[in-house]
Write a protein that binds this ligand. Sequence first.
Ligand code: GUN
Length: 295
Amino acid sequence: MSAKIISGTEIAKQIREEIKAEVVELKEKHNLTPGLVTILVGENPASVSYVTAKQKTSHELGFYSIQDNQPADIQEGDLLKLIDKYNNDPQIHGILIQLPLPKHINETKVLYAISPDKDVDGFHPVSVGKMVIGEKCFLPCTPAGIVEMIVRAGIPTKGAETVIVGRSNIVGKPIANLMLQKRPGGDSTVTICHTATKDMAFHTKRADILVVAAGRPKVITADMVKDGVAVIDVGVNRIGQTPEGKAILCGDVDFDAIKEKASFITPVPGGVGPMTITMLMKNTLLAVKMSANLE
Ligand code: GUN
């Protein structure tokens, strides 16, 4: 068997067209423009490239969009004041603080300072709590993008054995919650593996759907999966540079070997990555609609 390769780039393109149409309608009917600020502290190269991509997409979709760069040595208090400024800015509906933050800043405190109404990353405890109980809310972008891909690719989830590798707050824990919810793209039996899991392969071999967010290149090899598995690879590992200085990326799974066994697989790059950014745009659209009581 050779897997169907799920193009996140293609699915993201479709969703972006849907968002673009809604943005035009919002402007015409309600004189509203979605506003997004992305805050970058320091110059971590991966963070710079993520934020640049988020800005580029938001401009393409017709959003009002600000990139706010702050020095790596900004004091926590000053960052909190900046967040408060955007919390009170009526033109801004979504606030994104690119993670990770420098060590001297308390990440939790900063994320809690974002108004839950503008929490387009879905990291505020109010958003997390609403997600867990299945209320409408800002879903964290990468997990939401994964569910969207699974649904649009037609991967059956009801009753499926879903195994997740990784327990981060950004991916592992929320994707487990979403895949558990009783709704399309959910309703599966979920197992979460992590660094203390005794026999990883025992679990991964049982998976109908395998979501890997371990943050280590090619940790999942072909002998660890069963025939017909659907694999979602969330890893983005920089394993080198081209002579032109472009990063060479690989995922957390051994793509070339696993694609011969799997039914579906996502590539890196061009898989989950474009979906994450698109979901951020979708959340910002939701935020502006909620601000005008249109949702
Ligand atoms: N760093 C890595 N992934 C993310 C994300 O989804 N949102 C933010 N804000 N920072 C990140």
